[in-house]
Design a protein around this ligand. Structure first.
Ligand code: GLV
Ligand code: MG
Length: 318
């Protein structure tokens, strides 16, 4: 299922950098997440929490989905991250990104804590979503339980750097194939497992970062691969990667136009006015219920991305 708002580009911003947060407000990323985890040094975490609260409550944001990545449940920081950020800025926050999720209990614990903090602060209970980062073998093994652990879960996110470390993959270049593996894609199983769980449970599947930020063409190739599989978006670490991500995860204009035409034509032909037919011709192609379903996916992504159609279906000359 495609949600109403797209997450083609998910910009990572260190929560300790007011300057970078200010800059992020004006960038065309679909989502911005302010990080309290790996981009913030342990001694800077407490200060970063209050920076994040101020930033979320300040003016100047565009329409980005606003998310905070808290620390994982094995640290001593998670509860205070959630309590401080949600008490201070819960009304201006769309979701919490939870890293290193290995079991459903991690999601349930966050759900319970969020509910308390929402109640205590007069916030709508259940509005703040959860994005679950899958970053090791155990998380991948338990992915269905994680995906269904709370109705707050909105996305499943691949964390390639931690994942590669956790399975002893022999490479240091995040996003590229490990040296010595010269057949296929070393990430295929992980990516497909995340995608299957997302599709099985109506969530979005988000690819992780590409760390060589100067090589935009390489980013474009990496994003193009996961977009082709069916992923909804990818992290971006630098403004130069944003346009490439938005492009890779949007339908092409011709595909979007065609999808909207198929939906209109299908609606017309199945209606009484159109003869109540289940299968009909659109140009040279036969369309039916299954074509309409595929078109719905592409049209949904295009609408969520704010695309405008450039062609109309004409029932007079279908
Ligand atoms: C992101 O968190 C990663 O580990 O790649
Ligand atoms: Mg990580």
């Amino acid at each position: 299922m495609v949600h109403a708002r797209s997450r083609r580009s998910v910009l990572a911003v260190p929560g300790s950098s007011r300057k970078m947060i200010e800059k992020a407000k004006g960038l065309p990323a679909d989502e911005v997440f302010l990080d309290l985890e790996d981009a913030v040094a342990p001694i800077a975490k407490a200060q970063a929490r209050s920076e994040i609260v101020d930033a979320l409550n300040s003016d100047g944001w565009g329409g980005q989905i606003k998310v905070v990545r808290v620390n994982d449940w094995t640290t001593e920081w998670t509860y205070a991250d959630v309590v401080e950020v949600v008490s201070g800025a819960g009304a201006n926050l769309d979701a919490i990104l939870l890293p290193k999720v290995t079991e459903a209990a991690h999601v349930q614990a966050l759900d319970l804590l969020l509910t308390q903090v929402e109640k205590a602060n007069g916030l709508e209970v259940g509005r703040i979503g959860i994005e679950a980062q899958i970053e090791n073998a155990l998380g991948l093994t338990n992915i269905d339980a994680i995906a269904t652990a709370s109705p707050r879960v909105q996305t499943l996110v691949f964390g390639p750097a931690d994942f590669m470390a956790s399975i002893n993959m022999r490479t240091l270049v995040v996003g590229e194939q490990p040296d010595g593996y010269d057949t296929g894609d070393a990430y295929h199983h992980i990516l497909m497992t995340i995608l299957m769980a997302a599709r099985a449970h109506g969530l979005e599947a988000i690819d992780g970062p590409y760390l060589q930020i100067r090589d935009v063409e390489a980013f474009r190739r990496a994003a193009g691969r996961t977009a082709a599989l069916g992923f909804d978006g990818k992290w971006v670490l630098h403004p130069t990667q944003i346009d490439a991500a938005n492009e890779a995860f949007s339908p092409r204009q011709a595909d979007y136009d065609r999808a909207e035409m198929i939906l209109d034509a299908y609606e017309f032909h199945t209606s009484a006015a159109g003869g109540g037919r289940g299968a009909a011709m659109l140009g040279d192609e036969m369309i039916d219920e299954a074509s309409a379903k595929m078109a719905q996916v592409i049209a949904g992504k295009g609408r969520a991305a704010g695309m405008a159609r450039t062609m109309r279906f004409d029932p007079e000359s279908p």
